[in-house]
Design a protein. Structure first.
Length: 469
């Protein structure tokens, strides 16, 4: 049977003893003020009076909004809803205040507020923490946006190279399966574009595409990023825990770039994920089933790393189901004019400019460069050229800024490529010596003018207007 004070109080406690306890409990809370149902002040602690700089005898019995400016306690009395962790300013001081309604059943009979002076919890520290939380929230918002769809499609793979055209045909076929893919190639060769294209060609195209650069995240955070974690799993873990990239990609595709950066321990854990198709969050023993298509990418020779014992052999053979090896740009020189045209169109749109093309001399510079940074370096080079060519028109040789140590001759791989390379260079030199006059250039080359026109078109060395005769 419940005693007269209600079920939340100890049996045998009388009202006088209870009032004594409650009085001292309120005093222990230090900075406290209490009002009745009409908003009249019925209690003020000494600390609250001192910090708020109000007189207890003068304030007791008065409506609270006559004693404190801009207080929200009347709103709490009216709405019955608490307000927690609100910054309140008075006489140059900052307070961290929480306000609560006092109820008797459904009836509101008063309100109580507790505050902490800014000297205890500095406002600038609060603001820093809020800024950090906001940045973190924006980071995950952007991550979720990126996870919603692939950024590129097969249309973004610009090529006339037989090797790359065959790769495009391959990804159209493998996109229909769930097999794991390993994309290898030098930095800047377009590994992420190919991974995106595989996803966009697959039945998973409307599901998430998640990309993670394994080298960009410290080892001690990478596992939590991939697998997620439970609340309290480690110091600094977000309240409520967090899902990992594997769960975020569920139903879709995940690209793990620079997979060579994974530690052997993480390689072993990923091996289990791929085989068992389930993940366990950090701090949890409960497995979560996932349906994810795995794509891995690297610019390293993984087999060599296996031989050096720095990459797990079992993991290597598990991820190397389908291998796409992307050629460097120096081995697909014939694509430079096509890629240049593609980037000129893109930068015209992005930079609101009107570049009409590229001069033969400027294109010759691009084709004679070794491109250690591959397509990404070409992209950056052309964007830089746009900034030097603010007047519009053609990109000229003076707009092209290259690293001198890499501006070397490209070594062709076959007799066919060597022949084409030699012809292109000879035509460029003849045109330069003839001042652009095609009739004179044909004479210097000892070929018919119609043959020159055909080769100019083949090597994209003219815009087809005939030029000077």
């Amino acid at each position: 049977m419940e005693h007269e004070l209600g079920p939340n109080f100890a049996p045998g406690l009388d009202r006088q003893e209870l009032c004594h306890l409650l009085e001292h409990a309120i005093q222990a809370l230090e900075e406290v003020i209490m009002v009745d149902a009409q908003g009249r002040i019925v209690y003020i602690s000494d600390e609250y009076s001192k910090n708020m700089e109000i007189s207890i005898p003068d304030a007791l019995g008065k409506p609270i909004n006559e004693v404190l400016d801009h207080t929200d306690i009347p709103s709490v009395l009216k709405s019955g809803h608490a307000t927690k962790g609100v910054v309140y300013q008075r006489k140059g001081k900052n307070f961290w205040i929480s306000r609560y309604p006092i109820r008797d059943g459904e009836k509101i009979i008063g309100a109580v507020a507790q505050c902490i002076l800014g000297t205890y919890l500095e406002t600038d520290q609060i603001e820093k923490k809020l800024r950090y939380v906001t940045r973190e929230l924006n980071y995950y918002k952007e991550k979720y946006r990126q996870a919603s769809t692939a950024r590129y499609t097969a249309d973004n793979i610009v090529t006339g190279s037989r090797t790359v055209l065959e790769l495009k045909e391959t990804i159209a076929q493998i996109a229909l399966t769930k097999s794991t893919v390993l994309i290898t190639g030098e930095s800047g060769t377009g590994k992420e574009v190919f991974a995106n294209a595989i996803h966009s060609l697959s039945s998973r195209k409307d599901k998430p595409f998640v990309r993670l650069n394994c080298a960009a995240i410290p080892d001690n955070l990478l596992e939590a990023e991939l697998f997620g974690y439970e609340e309290g799993a480690f110091t600094g873990a977000v309240k409520g825990g967090k899902i990992g990239d594997f769960e975020a990609a569920n139903g879709g595709t995940i690209l793990l770039d620079e997979v060579d950066a994974l530690t052997p321990n993480l390689q072993a854990k990923l091996l289990r994920v791929i085989q068992e198709k389930e993940v366990k969050k950090v701090g949890s023993t409960k497995p979560v089933p996932i349906d994810v298509r795995f794509i891995f990418a690297t610019n390293k020779d993984l087999l060599k790393l296996v031989e050096e014992k720095s990459f797990r052999e079992d993991f290597y053979y598990r991820i190397n189901v389908i291998n796409l090896k992307l050629p460097p740009l120096r081995e697909r020189v014939e694509d430079i004019p096509l890629l240049t045209d593609y980037f000129i169109k893109r930068f015209n749109s992005e930079l609101d400019m009107h570049i009409t093309g590229i001069s033969p001399e400027a294109l010759a510079l691009l084709q004679g460069y070794s491109w250690p940074g591959n397509i990404r370096e070409l992209e950056n080079c052309l964007e830089r050229a746009f900034n030097y060519a603010r007047g519009g028109g053609l990109l000229q040789a003076e707009h092209i800024k290259l690293t001198p140590s890499h501006a070397a001759e490209v070594v062709p791989l076959s007799l066919r490529e060597a022949r084409a390379y030699a012809e292109r260079k000879a035509i460029q030199r003849a045109l330069s010596a003839a001042g652009g006059n095609k009739r004179e250039a044909a004479r210097l080359l000892e070929i018919d003018r119609s043959v020159l026109y055909e080769k100019l078109k083949r090597y994209n060395l003219t815009d087809g207007d005939g030029g000077e005769e």
